[in-house]
Structures are given as C-alpha cells and as structure tokens.
Design a protein around this ligand. Structure first.
Ligand code: IMP
Length: 189
C-alpha cells in the first residue's frame, strides 16, 4: 500500500528534511488501525475527516481498520496568517450524517494549537454522538493552547511547520507520501 516516491522529485529542491518517512507513516497507521479495530468491535463507527488535510490520513487509516465503518467530512476555515491558526473557525461544509447513536472518530492530520479541534469537538459533542474520540497522525508538542484528550496519536513532532501527507503550504505538497520541513526559500513564492 505504501505509495511510490517516483514522480516526487519535482518537490525535492524545496524539501529541507524528511521528518517521517512514508514507510514509518504506514507502519504507524497500521498500528493505530489495529487499536481502533479492537476498540470499536460491535459499534457503529463513523470516521469524520476534517478537509482538506485529513483526507490522506483517513484514506489510509480506514483501510487498516478491519470493521464496517462509514465516512463523513467537514470543511472548516480558520482565519489568520498562512502558517498560524487564529482559533476562529468557520464551517464551510457540514456533515451529512446525523450523529445520534454513532461512535464518532474525528480524524486529523495535525494538532497544532488545538484550537480548531477544540472548536470542532464542542460542536460535535452538541450533536449527542454515542462516543467521540480523536485520531491524529501528528501532534505538535508544547503548542496546545487548550487541554485536549487525544485518544490515538501517531507521532509527536517538534513545533515546526511541516508539509506532506495531506499537509500543505499554500495548497501544495499535500501529495508527498512523507512528512517534511521546507527550505526557507520555499516560502518565498
Ligand atoms: P490548530 O488549530 O492550531 O491545531 O491547527 C489546525 C490546522 O492548521 C491543521 O489542521 C492544519 O490544517 C493547519 N496546520 C497546523 N500546523 C501545520 C503545519 O505544520 N503544516 C501544515 N498545516 C498546519
């Protein structure tokens, strides 16, 4: 299932350092999928992805979960500078599902300040799901402005701006199969 690196050379001049390789990501998602499979036996599981970044994590993670499950997506926008979150969240696309009786697992690519996630959790909790937990591939250490209970965390990473595996800078790099930092000149436009 590991995507090939062929064709990614086009991004290479901008990459500073690969923090997490494609193989490491897949191994971790397989592990998370095993835990989720064990924890959600016999429950009606709904994976909720936050667009756009989470779609890559969700696609791979879902295939490591050996249970019947359903997908839904939300799109949000946070106002503020390109590489910082302001915490003000606007829902651009809401869920199609009614959450009543569903076991909801919110899938995130990255938790940074946690403000976006905090807002979403409050919002989803208000819809009375049977349970609500979070699975995130990346968690930036030391940056959370609000206490969050993250049930499944792939990797703790330093507080640097990263791209790849769904994460973008200016809408680019989402299709990199690994997580990397960019050279300073890549931000120059
Ligand atoms: P938070 O509200 O600060 O936790 O950040 C939420 C969103 O900001 C994430 O879902 C990402 O879309 C974006 N974000 C935060 N850190 C990064 C990063 O290092 N690279 C790319 N996007 C990021």
């Amino acid at each position: 299932m590991t995507p090939t690196l062929a064709g990614m050379q086009v991004y290479e001049p901008q990459i500073e350092k690969v923090l997490i390789s494609a193989a490491e990501i897949q191994a971790k998602l397989a592990e998370m999928g095993e835990r989720i499979t064990a924890d959600y036996q016999g429950r009606r599981l709904l994976l909720v992805g936050v667009l756009k970044g989470a779609f890559v994590v969700m696609a791979d993670l879902a295939r490591y979960i050996r249970l019947p499950l359903e997908f839904d997506f939300m799109a949000v926008s946070s106002y503020g500078a390109a590489t910082k979150t302001s915490g003000v969240v606007r829902i651009l696309k809401d869920l199609d599902h009614d959450l009543d009786g569903m076991h909801v697992l919110l899938v995130e690519d990255i938790v940074d300040s946690g403000l976006t996630l905090n807002y979403l959790l409050k919002n989803l909790r208000g819809r009375k799901p049977a349970s609500l937990e979070v699975a995130t591939l990346l968690n930036k250490v030391g940056l959370q402005k609000v206490p969050l209970d993250l049930r499944y965390v792939g990797f703790e990473i330093p507080p640097e701006f990263v791209v790849g595996y769904g994460l973008d800078f200016d809408e680019r790099y989402r299709n990199l199969p690994y997580v990397a930092t960019l050279k300073p000149e890549a931000y120059g436009g």
